[in-house]
Write a protein that binds this ligand. Structure first.
Ligand SMILES: C[S@@+](CC[C@H](N)C(=O)[O-])C[C@H]1O[C@@H](n2cnc3c(N)ncnc32)[C@H](O)[C@@H]1O
Length: 174
């Protein structure tokens, strides 16, 4: 089960989610009390599904494309601490994906780059990476990324893994 069901554990005013799928994570976030939810989806069919599902909901902003490109655009407009759920990846073979099968390392790099900018330097975001049980090369179609790669990416960034379960990890700026 996706940890998006428990996203209220990391409540802030705004959630940025990568990987909308059918929008269940968005709905959990709205129910949990996030005032604004930005969600990025690469697959046009899922994007259109979510457009219909959240039509007329002013608290939801949906964007279609590769999170590698769109996440930096959203961060560039972010000037407060937010919760970021990194959940963009294929969930099986032969599915739509961006430049990478799993963009999580590029997504982390975008967050770290923003945290070094004048606009982002004092912002302490909460980052949650879902489905880390699929990492460590157990699923070749996931992209062969390991938790070690995540730790190497975070090195010297000021961000650290503060909680790790079998399913997800939480990263915070200490
Ligand atoms: C595990 S599902 C997301 C589940 C959703 N967050 C939830 O809690 O209901 C992963 C989604 O990421 C999408 N995806 C895969 N690669 C992506 C990328 N590079 N950028 C944006 N979305 C991507 C897939 O199409 C899929 O819909």
């Amino acid at each position: 089960m996706s940890c998006s069901k428990y996203i209220g554990c990391w409540l802030s005013r705004t959630l940025i989610e990568t990987g909308s799928a059918k929008g269940d994570g968005i709905q959990y976030a709205l129910n949990a009390g996030f005032q604004m939810v930005f969600s990025i989806e690469i697959d046009p069919a899922y994007y259109e599904h979510c457009v219909k599902r959240f039509q007329g909901n002013g608290r939801v902003i949906l964007m279609q494309g590769d999170s590698k490109e769109i996440l930096p655009e959203i961060l560039a407009k972010t000037n407060e601490p937010v919760t970021i759920l990194l959940d963009a990846h294929v969930t099986g073979p032969n599915q739509k994906h961006g430049e990478k099968l799993c963009p999580v390392i590029d997504e982390l790099k975008a967050i770290i780059d923003h945290s070094k900018s004048d606009q982002g330097k004092n912002l302490r975001h909460i980052i949650v990476i879902d489905d880390i049980n699929w990492l460590d090369g157990k699923q070749e179609w996931y992209g062969n990324i390991s938790v070690k790669d995540i730790k190497n990416t975070l090195k010297d960034s000021g961000y650290e893994i503060t909680e790790q379960t079998k399913r997800y990890c939480v990263i915070q700026r200490l």
